[in-house]
Design a protein around this ligand. Structure first.
Ligand code: SF4
Length: 337
């Protein structure tokens, strides 16, 4: 029996190289060995976009196409939409009694995000919603609805798994052994730097290369990438370690990487030539993804069917769990005895 694994992604924008190298590559390995539930967390995306639901709706299709184009095989993975599984919402309500507000506020992930909101909007009371503070509870529902045994996470998400484990323990203590305590599957999730040299690639930072970028966009973005500022002339020796062009040559595994490094250091390579080579390599790297993207864009009915099939499979499992949960909580009412 394959172990069950669950992970999710919020549909808040197209996938970029940060997602690809930070998560998708790991998913491609996991899909071979696990019973893999991959959730497109549209309901959770509403915690930050409740007043712009159209953004979430648009991104659901886009991100599904990106995920499939990146190589996720819908015959190996239950690719599903969170809002298609009402049982998750039910569990969220049930679990909300098992965690205190104080505990949620102590969750380091929530704490950090509240501090960020406070910095942006000033008054915490006016900017932090009940849904936002409660999202670890909804995540516990996501995980337990499918009896997730292993949850691939980075170090920064460990508090969310611990919160889920606490909820599970409390539920089992009060109502009897029902739910599985998930284990974190610590995966190396490298943080990919942005074209501007920032430590993180992100949509809001405007420094990302998207899987959906066309050739012209790739050209323009790479031509504007940050290089060694001390290299003024073509034959100036430079330091590739502080150059984002070199960073991306390495990231996409340019087989000429040693030549790039040596020529940069000894001043026999100009930045324009180096960028042009990266543009070519980046387009080669993205080409198979682009091909799949254009297939799925032309066959959007198939994309819808894939999500429907995955959601149906996921719901079957979630229904079993909720049935047992309700029995244990004595709210099943199959009969009045
Ligand atoms: Fe960067 Fe290439 Fe210029 Fe060196 S030659 S600074 S690696 S762009």
């Amino acid at each position: 029996m394959k172990k069950t694994i669950l992970t999710g992604i919020r549909p808040t924008g197209n996938l970029h190289l940060g997602h690809y190298f930070g998560a998708c590559q790991n998913w491609l390995k996991l899909q071979e060995d696990y019973d893999f539930y991959l959730e497109i967390a549209d309901v959770q995306a509403l915690t930050d976009n409740f007043d712009h639901p159209e953004k979430v709706r648009k991104n659901v299709k886009e991100i599904t196409i990106d995920i499939l184009s990146a190589g996720i095989d819908p015959n190996k993975v239950h690719l599903f939409l969170q809002s298609k599984i009402p049982e998750i919402a039910e569990l969220t309500v049930f679990y909300s009694n098992l965690v205190t507000i104080a505990r949620l506020y102590r969750n380091p992930t929530v704490k950090t995000e509240i501090a960020q909101k406070k910095a942006l909007f000033g008054n915490e009371g006016e900017s932090v919603t009940y849904g936002f503070v409660g999202y670890p509870v909804s995540q516990a529902a996501d995980i337990t609805a499918f009896r997730g045994e292993w949850i691939p996470v980075g170090e920064d998400q460990l508090p969310l798994i611990e919160q889920c484990r606490e909820i599970v323990r409390k539920f089992n203590h009060i109502y009897g052994k029902t739910l599985l305590e998930p284990e974190p599957l610590l995966s190396e999730t490298p943080r990919i730097k942005g074209l501007d040299g920032s430590e993180k690639m992100g949509k809001s930072l405007g420094n990302a290369i998207y899987l959906s970028d066309d050739e012209k966009t790739i050209h323009d973005k790479i031509m504007n990438a940050i290089t060694d500022p001390n290299k003024i002339k073509k034959d100036d020796p430079a330091n590739p370690d502080i150059c984002m062009v070199y960073y991306y040559h390495k990231l996409i595994k340019n087989e000429n990487i040693h030549t790039v490094c040596e020529e940069c250091k000894n001043g026999t390579r100009g930045c324009v030539q180096c960028k042009k080579e990266l543009i070519e390599k980046m387009n080669e790297f993205l080409e198979p993804i682009r091909e799949k993207r254009s297939y799925y864009l032309e066959h959007s009915e198939e994309v819808k069917e894939i999500l429907e099939k995955g959601s149906k499979e996921a719901r079957e499992k979630a229904k079993e769990v909720v049935k047992e949960v309700k029995e244990k909580m004595q709210i099943d009412y199959e009969n009045f005895d």
